[in-house]
Design a protein around this ligand. Structure first.
Ligand code: ATP
Length: 435
């Protein structure tokens, strides 16, 4: 366990040092539980979102995308139950005023000073703000705590504009906000985060079949992108823990360095959401089946994932240290799809004779892949720098290259090197990266 926590500290330090993740507003002392993504982090995060979008939307005929606003009509949150029910039990230390989530405490005492705690009270997790110039009750709007409601309220719009039939999925990625009582473990639980959500509408009666399908599909997605099977598990929720509207729910969990934690929840929400919005808006949200000539309210299966949590899982799973001669080599064994940079071009020396050829190769490769160029310090150090940020391939240009028009490709995980004619370089990299 201590070793795992140590790994977490090293990962946090690497994220900061190499530009994956920075604390928000750091020069002002930071803003608790908000994070900024640096130059490598933003690309890695985008790669995760693109991989999800590709699997869930682009490669399927039965799913379309949407991008809805963060601020929505306040009635949405009445209908969804968030205004009355989206809360956690909060207790406060009577001495040092620290706040805790009552359901997360092992003992009913302040974990910092040991003093007694207040009685729990329900604390709503939605952030409030005001729309327009007047700050009164009529102007209150909420920052969405999930992206899903933007999908439900557009069900009719999407159905009529796409003329699609059931089953029909609507997918969305975007920011959500929750005024979490306890945060921590880097980007695992923050107050501003990104979600990737799919609402998959199906004919009533086929919902359990589709639920099983999506649980399996989502687990496989993480495995396909390189997360080790032994660090993933499914946790079906016991009946007594289910939200009142959910028919069943299963989490995909990852073995984070501190413990197992939820990456994604897959829920069978029945017809609750469409019926609630129909009731509150007065608009009939249903589906007319051309074949059976019946009007039904579809059931919905919701795989709901966190971008930031996935990113932390990809980083933690990829982090590795190995003995290399008399040094420790730190390597991020990221899947090439997820790695922020795919290829690094490294001229063996900074000498002017080498740089034109190296620059030419660099400008050619970057048309196709996220590529970087590094000519400072020894070649060994440059390899280490690329290993640490997960770059799968380095292309080394040396003096021999000027004569034989060939370069060396060095693979991150095995460190094996292969000489390739420059004319074949792109094809060789394409085959290796296979993306
Ligand atoms: P938890 O029990 O960990 O608070 P949850 O069950 O409330 O999570 P959901 O409402 O199911 O989470 O949200 C779907 C996904 O959104 C989660 O699986 C997680 O990946 C992500 N998520 C939720 N809350 C946060 C947060 N505060 N910070 C980062 N990601 C989050």
């Amino acid at each position: 366990m201590a070793e795992q926590l140590n790994k977490m500290e090293k990962l946090v330090s690497l994220c900061k040092r190499r530009g994956f993740i920075f604390p928000s507003s750091e020069i002002y002392g930071g803003l608790s539980s908000c994070w900024d993504y640096g130059p490598l982090g933003v690309d890695m995060k985008r790669n995760i979102k693109n991989a999800w979008w590709h699997t869930i939307v682009q490669s399927r005929d039965d799913v379309v995308g949407i991008d809805t606003s963060i601020l929505m009509h306040p009635r949405v949150w009445e209908a969804s139950g968030h205004l009355s029910g989206f809360s956690d039990p909060l207790v406060e230390c009577k001495k040092c005023n620290l706040r805790f989530r009552a359901d997360e405490l092992k003992e009913q005492k302040c974990t910092v000073c040991g003093s007694t705690l207040s009685e729990p009270r329900q604390f709503n997790l939605m952030f409030k703000t005001f729309m327009g110039p007047v700050e009164d009750a009529a102007a209150v709007v909420y920052m969405r705590p999930e992206t899903a409601q933007g999908i439900f309220v557009n069900f009719e719009n999407v159905l009529t504009s796409t003329r699609k039939k059931l089953p029909l999925g609507i997918a969305q990625q975007g920011k959500s906000f929750r005024n979490e009582i306890t945060t921590g473990n880097l980007i695992f639980r923050s107050r501003e985060f990104e979600q990737m959500e799919l609402e998959f509408f199906v004919k009533p009666g086929t919902d359990m079949e589709w639920f099983d399908y999506w649980v399996n599909a989502r687990l496989e997605w993480y495995k396909k992108l390189g997360i080790k099977s032994e660090n993933l598990r499914l946790r079906p929720h016991p009946k007594e823990d289910l939200a009142h509207y959910a028919r069943c729910c299963t989490d995909v969990e990852y073995r984070f360095p501190w413990n197992w934690g939820e990456l994604e929840g897959i829920a069978n929400r029945g017809d609750f959401d469409l019926k609630q919005h129909a009731k509150f808006s007065g608009k009939g949200l249903s589906y007319f089946d051309e074949d059976s000539k019946e009007t039904t309210v579809p059931c919905v299966i919701e795989p709901s994932a966190g971008v930031d949590r996935s990113m932390l899982a990809f980083l933690a799973d990829a982090y590795d240290e190995e003995q290399d001669k008399d040094e420790i080599r730190v390597v991020l064994r990221l899947h090439p799809i997820i790695a922020p940079i795919k290829v690094a071009v490294l001229p063996l020396s900074k000498k002017e004779t080498l740089s034109p050829l190296a620059q030419q190769i660099y400008s050619d490769l970057r048309q196709t892949w996220a590529t970087t160029y590094d000519d400072s310090q020894s070649i060994g150090r440059r390899y280490r720098r690329q290993d640490e940020t997960g770059t799968p391939y380095c292309v080394t240009v040396d003096f021999q290259s000027l004569e034989d028009q060939a370069v060396t490709i060095r693979e991150r995980d095995s460190m094996q090197q292969e000489r390739i004619p420059i004319a074949n370089l792109k094809a060789a990299l394409a085959a290796k990266l296979a993306i």
